[in-house]
Write a protein that binds this ligand. Structure first.
Ligand code: PBG
Length: 328
């Protein structure tokens, strides 16, 4: 036999030499959950080994992140019910949990990149990403000024990139104009370009208590059956000034990730969401698979599909493994 692909798999040294894709800690963004108070690290039942942190403990976590080489985080706030209202006004309160924590993080870790979240759901009594009309409709154009005010407040607090996760039409351009008008032309936009109406967000909604109080998100998040439509969203986001674009969730949408990577002229991110994390934890807890092997394989699948940046709840564990095995 002249052709023997196994020759290039014969030893670890050869495999290391010919490997096509690598996962680096520097490619990862760690999503983090915030809760108000002090000295608390609150477990999330549907996300084993993942916690909601009070701002003081989050600072300690950041210390470890910087040591391990994780230089980017995406914070999300768990807001008390009594602070939620129809318009999500808590999102704009300078002394509220979110803006206060972003300022604290920036003061202490100026080089840590902060990707802040722009959407109403954590603050909304309706649990939707946009304003809800009395008839239960999600209002697009009425939501845009609220999103823009959030983005400007977050930029002022120190966010490096604002990340609209709401899927309202036209929000990237609207936010870009508002940032520029407020003097934040250097603040970037990471757009949730192709965000699907997915069944994999359950654990996240538990962590933030942010599930829709009625209805679902299908009139704004994308239909899981569609891929060409993701290219349309991409075209619009690029035209409106997105600096990075994202596909979410990750594993069930690797084809969409590849198509966006091939078509986009900006970095492409993927969000390996909460339900994807919990699936592996649940199976590993039962002894049904080896957790580290499975996580490495999942992260590699994103690189293979073209991801430049990966938001993943596995980031901290992965970075700890890498610190323990510099050869990997
Ligand atoms: C909503 C938002 C969601 C996630 C991030 N931002 C969930 C939703 O659309 O209900 C999910 C992330 C995850 O599951 O890890 N703005």
């Amino acid at each position: 036999m002249k052709e023997r692909p196994r020759r290039n798999r014969r030893t670890a040294a050869i495999r290391d030499l010919v490997r096509e894709n690598h996962i680096a800690v520097r490619d990862l963004i760690l999503p983090v959950f915030l809760i108000d108070g002090q000295q608390k690290k609150v477990p999330i039942p549907a996300m084993p080994d993942f916690y909601r942190y009070t701002p003081d403990l989050l600072l300690e976590l950041c210390d470890e992140l910087m040591r391990l080489g994780i230089r980017a985080i995406a914070p999300f706030p768990a807001i008390e019910d009594r602070l939620k209202d129809r318009t999500g006004s808590e999102a704009l309160r300078e002394d509220g949990l979110y803006l206060r924590t972003i300022r604290l993080l920036k003061e202490n870790y100026p080089e840590l990149l902060i990707f802040s979240d722009v959407a109403l759901d954590p603050y909304s009594s309706d649990g939707h990403d946009g304003l809800v009309s009395p008839a239960g409709e999600i209002l697009n154009d009425e939501t845009l000024p609220l999103l823009a005010s959030m983005a400007v407040a977050q930029a002022r607090a120190g966010a490096d990139y604002v990340s609209p996760s709401d899927m309202m039409d036209g929000r990237v351009g609207y936010i870009r104009d508002a940032l520029d008008a407020a003097g934040f032309s250097a603040t970037g936009i990471l757009s949730y370009t192709a965000k699907y109406a997915s069944g994999f967000y359950g654990p996240f909604r538990e962590a933030l208590d942010s599930a829709p109080r009625s209805g679902d998100k299908k009139t704004y998040q994308m239909d899981p059956a569609n891929a060409i439509e993701a290219l349309r969203e991409l075209e619009l986001d690029l035209r409106e000034g997105a600096d990075m674009v994202m596909v979410k969730p990750g594993l069930p949408y690797l084809d969409v990730l590849r198509r966006l990577r091939d078509a986009a002229t900006v970095p492409v991110a993927v969000y390996n969401v909460s339900g994807e994390y919990s699936m592996l934890k649940a199976a590993a807890d039962r002894g049904w698979l080896n957790y580290e092997t499975a996580v490495r394989e999942v992260l590699l699948s994103f690189k293979r599909a073209g991801a430049d940046v990966i938001l993943t709840y596995h980031a901290l564990e992965f970075a700890r493994w890498e610190a323990g095995n510099p050869d990997h």
